[in-house]
Design a protein around this ligand. Structure first.
Ligand code: ZN
Length: 338
């Protein structure tokens, strides 16, 4: 039924404000405020569960969060290559300019025969503060038992994707799972050159060894283009790390892409995909992989999940900018009735 506005008296914003004040005054003077106000109810201080369920054809998929990851000053991590104004872009999108906070959207797919998790979150590490490492509690909330997981697919060997494989005391968080990772990433991040490196590179290499070496007999190396599990294909998207992988998931005629870390930000590395990211091993190669993947997703209108996008990180890529060389992120509306 359409609203018949012809019968409504015109209301200005000022009328509304005056009306609110008058109502408040009337309530106070008659004592209603004290007898019926509900302000004394305690604040609930809880949030909606941090998982989101949807379908990919006949597969059941769930995005489960490892918690927000504060990355700090955006001008230190996002590097302009064509004079982009990082602060200006954030302001234009009503985003804070002092601290960029990324989500960690971990995809779980139940194919009906295999329960597959893509990436493992930060685990017991607190290098990015106390808000990460929430995967286990959120899996529990989502009704997913880590012991039932058949496959852990690691998109690349970085802290927020790999370090939740093992606990700090060396036991496995996914004891019955086969582990999939590209050999290129395994070789790179366990090599002496990185182990003897500095700063983040050294720290990441040491922890990659800790996470993967005890699991050698469980590891299968991924190859680009290979369908390594039924309906799940690996796509080599090098640059962020040398062996970074994205994934195409297909069931019953539907295709869905798990981008992993093709783009860390839905504005900065989407509208201006040529912008570089400080944690990229080879930023130029990352830009090339990003542009190629987003171009394909935009052309073929394929929905995707992006690991670091605003929760739950599911949407589409559209063309953006006068020359169409940028992309616009269109979040897919969440469906909370299944
Ligand atoms: Zn990441």
């Amino acid at each position: 039924m359409a609203l018949d506005t012809s019968k409504m008296a015109p209301v200005s914003r000022r009328d509304l404000l005056v009306g609110t004040a008058a109502t408040g005054l009337a309530a106070t003077t008659t004592g209603l405020m004290t007898s019926t106000a509900s302000a004394e109810a305690p604040f609930v201080k809880t949030q909606a569960p941090y998982f989101y369920r949807f379908n990919i054809g006949k597969f059941e998929a769930t995005v489960v969060s490892d918690g927000p990851l504060p990355l700090g000053d955006p001008t230190k991590t996002f590097i302009p290559t064509k004079g982009e104004n990082i602060t200006g872009l954030l302001e234009k999108h009503f985003l804070p300019t002092d601290n960029v906070v990324l989500e960690q959207n971990i995809l779980v797919v139940n194919t009906g025969s295999k329960l597959v998790i893509f990436d493992t979150g930060m685990g017991d590490s607190d290098i990015f503060g106390p808000t990460t490492g929430k995967l286990k509690s959120n899996l529990k909330a989502a009704g997913i038992d880590p012991a039932q997981i058949d496959a852990v697919v690691v998109s690349h060997a970085h802290p927020d994707h790999l370090w939740g494989l093992m606990t700090a005391d060396g036991s496995s968080n996914f004891p019955n799972a086969q582990i999939f990772i590209s050999q290129v990433d395994y070789d790179f991040w366990t090599a002496d050159a990185q182990l003897n490196g500095e700063g983040f590179v050294k720290l990441n290499a040491e922890n990659t060894v800790k996470q993967l070496k005890p699991n050698m007999e469980k590891i299968t190396f991924l190859k680009g283009g290979e369908e390594f599990l039924p309906g799940i294909q690996a796509i080599a998207t090098p640059g962020h790390t040398p062996g970074h992988m994205s994934f195409m998931i297909t069931s019953d005629g539907e295709t869905f892409c798990n981008l992993a870390d093709i783009s860390h930000h839905y504005v900065l590395l989407f509208e201006k995909p040529w912008t570089e990211f400080a944690y990229d091993t080879d930023a130029k190669a990352a830009v090339a992989s990003r542009t190629k993947m987003l171009d394909m997703l935009a052309t073929d209108k394929i929905p995707f999940v992006s690991f670091h996008f605003p929760w739950p990180g599911i949407g589409y890529a559209g063309r953006h900018g006068a020359d169409g060389k940028g992309f616009h992120y269109h979040p897919k509306p969440m469906k909370l009735a299944i």
